[in-house]
Write a protein that binds this ligand. Structure first.
Ligand SMILES: Nc1ncnc2c1ncn2[C@@H]1O[C@H](COP(=O)(O)OP(=O)(O)O)[C@@H](O)[C@H]1O
Ligand SMILES: C[C@@](O)(CCOP(=O)(O)O)CC(=O)O
Ligand SMILES: [Mg+2]
Length: 381
């Protein structure tokens, strides 16, 4: 039996980091996906006593015997409950870390460890100790603010849930999951994100699972209907960073300066709410005026992200380069490098965009555009 699943990455238009502390944020799915193929062998097949994970883009393969997994991961089959997502305890995470270490991940790819731990946790929690080969490919850059961690958790969980569903009607193309399964999938993916992010807000897994554009605050989701064209240039600074470390840096600053940071988070909350209202507004305001307003909100949000100490010299370079052409940019995701968004107003000419891209790419950055607000998680049998 084979099932495929895919889940999109995202951009955060406003509110990253502050959303971890209860502020509102606005995010949208983008048309870059992580794909998971789950192959369950027949009982009689060879190799039906192993769990294998192939990361195709990186040409890496990890494999565990089921006996080794059962021995290391504390699990009582009577407590296996795929329909009630639970957190991975510190003790279980330690046992899983040993299983990951045994795979001797190349030093240059050691950042994958948390992803592989998450894989083992989600797999064994949702379908137990069954043999399988899981093949993963992605169109998203790893660790650059476009939510590769959430897309990975969502796509993997979608494939695992679909494989245990009773309805496996063969379909020609991608199909969405039903509401109940989406909710379950989102909860499991959040548990996975906890292993990678430490303290996630849940916005990344939610937008990856449901797609579209959403306003998100403390787990509450509002689907946004955009009433204006919204085009963003995405620039990957290629400066590597780790979301978990950046999120914990902001928490530490909050502990040191609780009152000041509360004001910062409140300001971000207002910015995200105003941004959501502007995007949705059906009043007489012209597109140019709305774009001007979004520009200012992005500028203010970037300033507040600076005050959380999550910007970076490479991000400043992108901001300065685009500002020369009267374009506004802000970091997206955890910052510290990673990706930057530049608003492309409808009035901006193709020649200006080409010039900006050329200048950014000559600084060693990589630019691309993506379609915003599309599909969430989908499966295919
Ligand atoms: N396709 C994948 N396969 C395995 N692990 C992945 C994959 N995508 C993401 N990850 C995990 O997520 C981490 C990156 O997540 P994070 O630091 O949150 O950045 P982002 O979510 O912005 O890409 C990687 O270091 C890896 O552990
Ligand atoms: C910084 C944060 O707001 C977004 C992180 O996104 P990413 O992992 O950098 O794509 C963290 C979170 O909301 O969990
Ligand atoms: Mg992430």
């Amino acid at each position: 039996m084979e099932v495929k699943a895919r889940a999109p990455g995202k951009i955060i238009l406003a509110g990253e980091h502050a959303v971890v502390h209860g502020s509102t944020a606005v995010a949208a799915a983008i048309d870059l996906y992580t794909y998971v193929t789950l192959r369950l062998p027949r009982q009689s097949a060879e190799n039906n006593d192993r769990l294998t994970l192939q990361l195709k883009d990186l040409s890496l393969e990890f494999s565990w015997s089921l006996a080794r997994l059962k021995e290391a991961i504390p699990c009582d089959s009577s407590t296996l409950s795929p329909s009630t997502p639970t957190s991975c305890s510190g003790e279980t995470l330690k046992s899983i870390a040993v299983l990951v270490e045994e795979q001797n991940i190349p030093e240059a790819k050691i950042w994958l460890s948390s992803g592989i731990s998450t894989f083992l946790w989600l797999y064994t929690s949702i379908i137990g100790f069954s043999p399988a080969t899981v093949i993963i490919t992605t169109e998203l850059p790893y660790g650059s603010g476009l939510g590769s961690s959430a897309a990975f958790c969502v796509a993997l969980t979608a494939a695992l849930i679909a494989s245990s569903s009773s309805d496996k009607t063969r379909s020609d193309g991608w199909s969405s999951l039903g509401e109940t399964n989406l909710e379950l999938l989102n909860k499991w993916a959040f548990e996975g994100e906890k292993i990678i992010h430490g303290k996630p807000s849940g916005i990344d897994n939610t937008v990856s699972a449901y797609g579209n554009m959403i306003k998100f605050c403390s787990g509450e989701i509002t689907r946004l209907q955009s009433n204006m064209p919204l085009r963003m240039l995405i620039t990957n600074t290629k400066v590597g960073r780790n979301t978990k470390a950046l999120v914990s840096g902001v928490s530490e600053r909050t502990l040191r300066h609780p009152d000041a940071m509360k004001s910062v988070f409140n300001a971000v909350d207002s910015i995200s709410k105003e941004l959501a209202a502007t995007i949705q507004s059906k009043d007489e305001t012209s597109v140019a005026e709305k774009e001007e307003s979004i520009k200012e909100l992005m500028e203010m949000n970037q300033g507040l992200l600076q005050s959380m100490a999550v910007s970076h010299g490479s991000i400043d370079t992108v901001i300065r380069t685009t500002a020369k052409h009267k374009l506004t940019s802000k970091l997206t995701g955890a910052g510290g490098g990673g990706c930057v968004l530049t608003l492309l107003p409808t009035s901006v000419s193709g020649t200006v965009v080409d010039k900006v891209v050329e200048e950014l790419e000559s600084s060693g950055f990589q630019c691309f555009t993506a379609s915003i607000g599309g599909n969430g998680a989908q499966i295919c049998f």
